[in-house]
Design a protein around this ligand. Structure first.
Ligand code: PMP
Length: 438
């Protein structure tokens, strides 16, 4: 029973393993955009296991690929040849923008060739950890610039990049990391003026580094930080500045990749930039432990002969599952669906904002959506308790939302991308009811 599981957790699992609800929910199975509890009650999953179940819980095509591969071969490591990892690397990099010509050094710059997979790993943290290591090895520099309010993982190195104190252990992991102003159009000092925020990166390089840097890393929409888009024109300006200082530009696509933003397959494409390294996890495997670091051949070569190794990375089962995810995204037109249903969701949330003063901001792209609650629209004081109430109440009404932001006052609505418009109407109605009860 739920009570027994709770008791076992309390006795045998660290209290650091959180469950999110005051009155926790127990999930026994899932099907596409729905989760079911031990009583068989159905919930609409609007958080997708923290933005991870991209194409649907237990999607039959992904299941089939995983089961077939599990029965054939589960594990060897990359020291033997196997078709899955090689074919997967090709299929994944086929989804990257191909033309990297003249990307570095502007006009007349060198042709850097096609993107390739530097490594398959098992999580977003590992992917980012490796990306910053590669940036440091490639450039011979140590200074990294990350954004306040950003989240890149919880290994030592990636925790050092953390721009959210709520997730930061008080350990000095962040040597050589500089946190730049977060270009948040809603709360930031320069509103939606991206180039104004970008000047902070120039200042950091001039005042706090030798004038050369290892690189810059950011999400293309901040996820854990509360679905915060970066102000218009920010990334192109920063990428230029960082490259002029010899640095590598890293896009953390752990949440924004694989069509989630609807308009493009990758979040960085929405900003009109091409990174030097792209890190991926979460939606890449629909729940399988999988991540990847994708980069240029030249940057990838920095790790050659260094015997870098990841025991499980790119194992045949995860590779087979990852390949199935790519096929499903294409076959089911997932990206177009994210755009269409995401637009419907935004419209619904904006309708709620017209009705409930507690909603300070509604934002998003595709199915990467945020709704921020404030006590007062003028002061923008975070409405943390109200958010907690609505969060818990929506669960009782059959909708599992995500919650985030530095102040815990942002709903993160990032469902499996197979969600339909009637599901969205159900979600908006639940939110409407819970907000009306405040
Ligand atoms: N980058 C981003 C943008 C993330 O949202 C997360 C996880 N929330 C990570 C990296 C770390 O991924 P993982 O938990 O798989 O290590």
């Amino acid at each position: 029973s739920k009570e027994e599981v709770l008791a076992l957790r309390k006795e045998h699992l660290s209290p650091a393993m959180l469950y999110h609800f005051k009155n926790p929910v127990m999930i026994t199975h899932g099907k596409m955009q729905y989760l079911f509890d031990e009583r068989g009650r159905r919930y609409l999953d609007a958080f997708a296991g923290i933005v991870t179940v991209s194409v649907g819980h237990c999607h039959p095509e992904v299941n089939k690929a995983v089961i077939e591969q599990t029965e054939r071969l589960q594990h060897t490591t990359v020291i033997y040849l196997n078709n899955q990892i090689a074919e997967y690397a090709k299929e994944l990099t086929d989804r990257m923008p191909g033309n990297l010509k003249a990307r570095r050094g502007g006009k007349g710059g060198r042709d850097l060739g096609r993107f390739l997979v530097a490594y398959f790993v098992n999580s977003g943290s590992e992917a980012n950890d490796m990306a910053i290591m590669m940036a440091r090895l490639y450039t011979g520099q140590y200074d990294m610039i990350a954004l306040r309010n950003g989240y890149h993982g919880l290994t030592g190195a990636t925790m050092g990049l953390m721009g959210l104190h709520t997730w930061k252990a008080n350990i000095p992991h962040g040597f050589g990391v500089h946190h730049a102003l977060n270009p948040d159009p809603y709360r930031g000092v320069f509103g939606n003026d991206g180039p104004a925020y970008a000047r902070d990166v120039t200042d950091i390089i001039q005042s706090s580094t030798p004038g050369r840097v290892a690189g810059f890393i950011s999400e293309t929409i901040q996820g854990v930080g509360g679905a915060v888009p970066l102000a218009d024109g920010y990334l192109p300006e920063v990428y230029k500045t960082v490259r002029e200082a010899g640095g590598i530009c890293i896009a953390d696509e752990v949440q924004t990749g694989f069509g989630r933003t609807g308009s493009n397959y990758w979040g960085f494409q929405n900003a009109g930039v091409t990174p030097d390294i792209v890190t991926m996890a979460k939606g890449i495997g629909n729940g399988l432990p999988l991540g990847a670091v994708v980069t240029t051949p030249e940057i990838a070569a920095t790790l050659a002969q260094r015997l870098h190794f990841n025991t499980y990375g790119g194992n045949p089962v995860c590779s087979a599952g990852g390949r199935a995810v790519l096929r499903v995204i294409d076959q089911e037109g997932i990206q177009a669906k994210a755009a269409d249903v995401g637009g419907h969701l935004l419209k619904g949330l904006r309708g709620l904002a017209a009705k409930h003063d507690v909603i300070g901001d509604v934002r998003g792209l595709g199915l990467m959506t945020g709704m921020e609650l404030v006590k007062d629209r003028a002061t923008k004081e975070p409405a943390k308790e109200e958010t907690a109430y609505v969060f818990e109440r929506c669960k009782d009404l059959g909708v599992l939302l995500g919650k985030g932001g530095l102040h815990g006052n942002v709903f993160r609505i990032k469902p499996p991308m197979c969600i339909t418009k009637p599901d969205v109407d159900f979600l908006v109605a639940a939110l409407d009811q819970a907000l009306s009860e405040l």
